[in-house]
Write a protein that binds this ligand. Structure first.
Ligand code: SF4
Length: 368
């Protein structure tokens, strides 16, 4: 169903600390991959009233490239989350045209995909990588070796096979583009076992991936009803477990082993020489390189402090300092060279203690 929306670009005040995207822009609504756990069936995201239509009725934003051009040509440079390589892309080619816009205007891109069709645009991703930065992540929540593989395949049966995603990952890595895995959502009782975590990290590392990000399943309103319908019909042994974990109105699970999973993932990533965080895409020569690296370091610290159970006020102090440095116009290195630690302390939300942390990191980078 082609249509012509008035806008395409979602803007965020600051880049998020997972994918580092400042903007998102996608050409299709609805997804032919039809993953049965997909959060996009939630009312606030769903393009259709009936969640059954989500995988079969695709709305095509036929003027997406023009809208993107218009919006980005007036916007400060930042990472654009874009690209949608479901089967509709073969016919309409809008993702490619949108990547071309990002390339021509010098914007970095982040592509999150379940389809190896993204390889069709490898030439363009390489061109973006040369001019700015390109990052690709594959949505993969199990491997063919994983105990829950068959169930995952049944729940995302319209999506391309997982083996093909890993093969595509390898090709993208060989092309010199940062690539990794988004293990999202980790389905309780299906992919949260230790064997699966190990396999996903190992397969990622073996295929040139450099990171594995993970997050849990959320269930809300009509998406929750839809998914419970699937469980009742085809996975009755899971339905009871999920009803206990996700009572009406809960959104996230009421009893979560999330911290254990994330800590184990961190350990496994270290073991395989990759990261449980996505490196921040920064254009070489960006005048805010140091500031951005500092924000990345503090954001990583926030993530790990939360996992390690550090007190909330300490975590918030780091988070607010990261935001303040993101908003800082002058170069952090210049501030430090001219005014020393006292200069760092003048940055909003960076008091004496955080200034020490920032100073230690700066000294390490400057000497390295
Ligand atoms: S590929 Fe992503 S957007 Fe499409 S149905 Fe699956 S989870 Fe949803």
């Amino acid at each position: 169903m082609p249509y012509r929306p008035k806008t395409i670009l979602n803007r965020h005040k600051r880049p998020d600390h997972w994918f580092w995207t400042r903007y998102t822009a996608y050409p299709y609504k609805g997804c032919l991959h039809g993953c049965e756990f997909c959060y996009c069936r939630e009312k606030k995201y769903a393009p259709h009233d009936d969640p059954q239509d989500f995988a079969y009725v695709i709305q095509v934003k036929e003027n997406a490239p023009e809208l993107l051009w218009r919006a980005l040509s007036r916007a400060p440079v930042g990472v654009v989350g874009t690209g949608d390589y479901q089967a509709a892309e073969r016919k309409f080619g809008l993702s490619r045209k949108m990547l071309q816009v990002c390339h021509d205007l010098g914007f970095p891109v982040f592509v999150l995909e379940r389809s190896p069709l993204v390889l069709r645009d490898l030439d363009l991703l390489q061109a973006i990588e040369e001019k700015a930065v390109a990052v690709v992540a594959f949505s993969i929540i199990a491997t063919p070796d994983s105990p829950g593989y068959q169930r995952v395949r049944q729940m995302e049966r319209l999506a391309p096979r997982i083996e093909k995603r890993f093969a595509a990952m390898e090709q993208i890595a060989r092309a010199g583009i940062l690539v990794g895995t988004c293990m999202m959502p980790i389905l309780p009782g299906v992919c949260d076992d230790d064997a699966n975590l190990q396999y996903v990290v190992r397969w990622t590392a073996d295929h040139g991936g450099q990171f594995v990000l993970a997050s849990g399943l959320t269930l809300a309103d009509q998406q929750r009803d839809f998914f419970f319908g699937v469980l009742d019909e085809r996975f009755p042994d899971l339905a009871e477990h999920y009803r206990r974990l996700y009572p009406e109105g809960s959104y996230g699970p009421v009893r979560s082993n999330w911290k254990e999973i994330a800590l184990r993932l961190r350990e496994l990533c270290e073991q395989y020489g990759i990261s449980d965080r996505m490196p921040r895409p920064i254009i070489p020569g960006d005048k805010h390189t140091l500031n951005k690296r500092m924000v990345e370091a503090l954001a990583n610290q926030v993530y790990h402090m939360e996992l390690d159970g550090e007190p909330g006020h300490r975590v918030w102090a780091y988070r607010k300092a990261a935001w303040a440095i993101e908003d800082l116009e002058p170069d952090l290195g210049l501030v430090y060279r001219q005014m020393g630690r006292k200069g760092l302390e003048t940055i909003p939300n960076v008091g004496p203690q955080l200034a020490l942390v920032v100073e230690r990191l700066l000294k390490g980078w400057m000497s390295g």
